[in-house]
Write a protein that binds this ligand. Structure first.
Ligand code: ZN
Length: 290
């Protein structure tokens, strides 16, 4: 049950109108913590890594740890490569056990985005893996992908249909105004109508291509629920996990300056991450869906 690609997992989520959290991890302790939370919540789970931590930890190591953890877990878990703009590295991760690959060629023109995304789709589909593509651009900083707010372009619904058909992607990340990093305002401008139109055009008759929402950190709970109700079924959360990891580490060490016990720091981080993930799973409606 446990090793799954994202498409299998998200078609069910799209049909039943909940979203699966896709949580960016930067180390193995975080990886184990998000799995623990998902097991407790009986929720499906997508673990994702950006390209830099993937290269730092080595994709082979991540693939092996994922396989070991997922095989033992009583819930479906997917390992996803996030925002990779390098076709060759997408293939490397596909070869070592990632089960969903995001090729982000959204900074290229439409035809080149299609060409690169199609190449990754063909490669991954031959291995029973699923693929996420992005159309339009999400602003902010996500690992090595930096997009200025005024350069971000929202996804055009007609082009989205053509993009899905010509690339063969399994999941679509349409830019609708969400951003990576920390929102500068408590009420960011999101284009809900655009999301509703795209979701309806693509999944209206029958779910075929689940929709991904990027930039989950900092969105108000009501906004998150609305994005899910309108058709978002993979919900990416990255920045919040980084804050929880670093703040918890700082607080623990500050309060226990003479302890020198790394295991206790790991334990404190694990508990904080579990709390954060459980809250997200309840909000996204994935608790109890595994
Ligand atoms: Zn993203």
């Amino acid at each position: 049950m446990a090793i799954e690609n994202a498409k299998q997992m998200l078609l069910k989520a799209t049909a039943e109108k909940y979203a699966v959290g896709a949580f960016n991890i930067t180390n193995i302790i975080q990886m184990k913590a998000v799995v623990k939370a998902a097991v407790r919540k009986k929720s499906p789970l997508i673990i994702q890594t950006s390209v830099s931590p993937s290269k730092f930890l080595q994709p082979e190591v991540l693939g092996a740890v994922y396989r070991t953890i997922a095989e033992q877990a009583p819930i479906p878990i997917c390992l996803h490569l996030d925002h990779c703009n390098d076709v060759d590295y997408c293939k490397t991760c596909a070869d070592v056990g990632y089960t969903n690959i995001m090729i982000d060629a959204s900074h290229h023109d439409f035809e080149e985005n299609i060409r690169q995304t199609r190449e990754v789709s063909d490669y991954c589909h031959a291995r029973d893996l699923s693929v996420e593509g992005e159309l339009g651009t999400v602003s902010g900083i996500e690992d090595q992908v930096i997009v200025a707010e005024d350069a971000a372009q929202l996804c055009d619904p007609e082009m989205a249909i053509e993009f899905v058909e010509r690339t063969g992607i399994d999941l679509l990340a349409p830019a609708i105004g969400t951003a990576h990093g920390v929102y500068k305002t408590s009420n960011p401008k999101l284009d809900f109508d655009r999301l509703a139109t795209i979701a309806d055009m693509i999944n209206g008759v029958e779910p075929t291509t689940p929709i991904v929402i990027h930039g989950g950190t900092g969105l108000a709970p009501g906004v998150v629920r609305k994005l899910v109700a309108l058709g978002g079924s993979k919900f990416n959360v990255s920045t919040e996990l980084k804050h929880v990891l670093l703040d918890t580490t700082f607080d623990y060490i500050s309060a226990n300056r003479d302890q020198y016990n790394p295991g206790k720091v790991d334990l404190a981080v694990t508990e904080s991450i579990i709390g954060c993930i459980e809250k997200w799973m309840d909000l996204l409606g994935s608790s109890g869906k595994a």
